[in-house]
Design a protein around this ligand. Structure first.
Ligand SMILES: *Cc1c(COP(=O)(O)O)cnc(C)c1O
Ligand code: SF4
Length: 325
């Protein structure tokens, strides 16, 4: 059930809200439906059909383009599944697909072809797997968005992980600070209290997903401030997206605004080539040019690592490191 006070799930309602003309949606596939939180939509400039945030969430006809080098599983997730919902590709850390629900459907999502299932991680399966895998030091909670889990279950999940003494770090990957701050700000919600248990016992890392400076607002600043004061390390990952942030000026502004809110840029991902998202691709040559320009604009600590995920590699692969100005 979708709470219509928090979300738009019909394109025509969003376009009305933005004072934009209706579009013909009859060719859009239903496999990854339109969905966006009202909070995120509120940051789109009214009347501007070129708004970068609008491009992140508005379906387009280009999604039906089939391209041979774009696939349903671009980063080899299927072959890294250890148990249902548990992915391990890299040494010492495992990623949990906690469930498949998001606060918005980013059109460029690399999990777009299999996300939005209701199924959530089984605590028994996780517990059992952690008991057997004593070399795992860090658990990454991803999804879907882990902060959209039902609170009681989320708390049990955190406590299950904390009960394994070999786990030294819990990392959350979430878009909530810029998409659905209500999750934190509603006085009936307990997410701050639950999260606090992490840095009280082990290391807590919070990795937000923000692609454009306009996504950051006073609500995100408040949430980051609170998480920082709880002892979380705050990082951000972005995807390099044509029409959204493919310019060194936009990326520099993003880094500066993140820093202003207490967050350091971590990764700038080249697009993972999921079927249906060719129109967001910035090719590697152009990406490196943008990156070199970014390096000249910012102090080193505000430059994210430009990376690509190559299936089968034992880490994300850095790009743009060897060049001459
Ligand atoms: C990207 C990713 C990670 C995290 O990699 P870091 O370099 O540690 O940020 C971990 N597990 C999986 C499966 C990933 O795709
Ligand atoms: S929030 Fe993340 S997982 Fe969800 S649709 Fe956006 S990119 Fe995909």
């Amino acid at each position: 059930m979708t709470d219509t006070s928090l979300y738009f799930s019909h394109i025509s309602d969003l376009l009305d809200f933005l004072n934009l003309p209706k579009i013909n949606t009859s060719h859009f596939s239903n496999s990854f439906p339109f969905f966006v939180s009202r909070h995120f939509a509120g940051k789109i400039e009214k009347g501007n059909k070129e708004d970068p945030l609008l491009k992140e969430i508005l379906p387009s006809n280009e999604e039906s383009i089939i391209h041979p080098s774009f696939s349903k599983d671009p980063v080899g997730d299927f072959s890294s599944v250890k148990e249902p919902g548990i992915l391990q590709k890299y040494e010492g850390r495992a990623l949990i697909i906690t469930h498949g629900t998001c606060s918005l459907h980013c059109r460029f999502c690399f999990r777009r072809n299999y996300i939005h299932s209701e199924k959530r991680i089984s605590l028994d399966v996780l517990n059992h797997w952690l008991k057997k895998n004593l070399n795992i030091r860090e658990i990454i909670l991803s999804g879907g968005d882990p902060l959209l889990l039902e609170e009681t279950f989320f708390e049990k999940l955190i406590q299950t992980i904390l009960s394994h003494s070999h786990i030294q770090t819990i990392r959350l990957h979430s878009r909530i600070p810029v998409t659905l701050p209500e999750i934190f700000l509603n006085p009936e919600k307990r997410f701050f209290k639950i999260l606090k248990q992490i840095p009280q016992k082990i290391k807590g890392v919070f990795v937000s997903h923000v692609n454009h400076p306009n996504e950051l607002d006073s609500e995100s600043a408040f949430i980051f401030q609170e998480l920082h004061s709880q002892g979380f390390t705050l990082l951000n990952q972005s995807v390099l997206l044509k029409g959204v942030n493919h310019s060194s000026n936009t990326l520099a502004k993003l880094s500066e605004k993140l820093f202003h809110q207490g967050v350091l840029p971590y990764y700038l991902h080249l697009l993972d080539k999921a079927q249906g998202i060719t129109h967001f691709e910035v090719d590697e040559h152009e990406a490196i040019q943008i990156y070199q320009a970014l390096l000249k604009k910012l102090p080193g600590y505000l430059v994210p690592k430009l990376v690509r995920e190559i299936p089968g590699e034992l880490s994300k692969t850095p790009l743009g490191q060897n060049f001459s100005f």
